[in-house]
Design a protein around this ligand. Sequence first.
Ligand code: 5CA
Length: 438
Amino acid sequence: MRLSRSLIPTLKETPAEAQIVSHRLMLRAGLVRQTASGIYAWLPAGYRVLTNIARIVREEQDAAGAQELLMPTIQSADLWRESGRYDGYGKEMLRIQDRHERELLYGPTNEEMITDIFRQSVHSYRALPQIVYHIQWKFRDEVRPRFGVMRGREFLMKDAYSFDLDHKGAVISYRKMMLAYMRTFQRLGLRAIPMAADTGPIGGDLSHEFIILAATGESQVFYDAAFESIDYTSREFDIHAEADLARFYTMMTTPYAATDEKHDPALFEKLDPSRRREGRGIEVGHIFYFGTKYSQPMNFTATGPDGQPFHPEMGSYGIGVSRLVGAVIEASHDEAGIIWPEAIAPFRAAILNLKPGDAACDGLCERVYARFGAAALYDDREERAGVKFADADLLGHPWQIIVGPRGAAAGKVELKRRVDGAREEVSPEAALAKLLGV
Ligand code: 5CA
């Protein structure tokens, strides 16, 4: 994209309403704009990041054998009366009436709807187990929406639902999802820690939150140093092999288990002090096993191997896709701006033309830009070099290709790596080879 004609409205001033660094940087870098309290429009650069995160989440869900579908945002109140959650959910639920005065709601989560879909379609144990997921907008009328997209009212969630024959199968699905989560967060450039958690309004008796480490995180956590170095994407654990999943789960929960200030501090004693780490964390995912909490009241039955009807065992698994955009920034920034991990950056590189109108600069920039296509942001604006440097650092592109008149005359560009500021002068061909592998 050419920056001169892009909707990337960067701000020099720090917006007064933003209390935390990710919110400030998301506004300053022109990633989002608030349209109502806790509701955001995703502008082109921000939307690219959101899409990149959703893609990685999707790839890991698919690899775990989950099937993608798409359920609507608007749901019928009747379904929620069947599960008994309609009244209990309280003011956080946005309730709507249509023209026929039928009661609807904007979905805060989808356990009821997916149970309804399964009870209409699945009648035998032979069709189980199954895991399905969607990536869809949710609405929760939070009392205090704050911290930008981290606690919004409308937010994008990946929610998955598992259906199993029995408790043993449900536990396998739960572990599959846990491994898929650790892989997902690692690919996003984050270090995540699973932490035993309360189940809250989702209900159930087994639950983990996934906390990513960031100095500015909301809660204090204690964890084992091993979490800083495990490679979940290695094929050490086969996501479909029961024995591997059991070994992985044991490793994640003892002795590597983490806890926070709310929970029982007995775990400290279990952790070897030389390996105990303390940090601050942000919740980016939450998984639940809740057995027949929905299948029973909503009367979802299937015929078992013995010919008898049974209620399938369920779990649900959430990732805050839009929250992750803020969380990644909390974990990866400096005074100058965002430092995007390569996997989710809106653009792989910015091309900075330091002297638009100079034939050598323009020619070289156009040549490099043509090779990158949509993967680069070409700063072709009539602006001072200082403004371009500042905006490129603010937007956090992993690479900057800097083209000035002296270099261009000599057929050279400067290549700057955002994460450590390392610079080198190279030919345009060498820069392309390094960044595009061509
Ligand atoms: N039904 C379950 C699992 S699918 C569920 O809704 N779990 S949840 O309430 O924990 O939400 C899942 C994830 O959504 C959270 O871990 C968090 O990352 C994200 N999330 C929840 N509320 C908000 C919010 N107000 N703004 C942004 N993200 C949110």
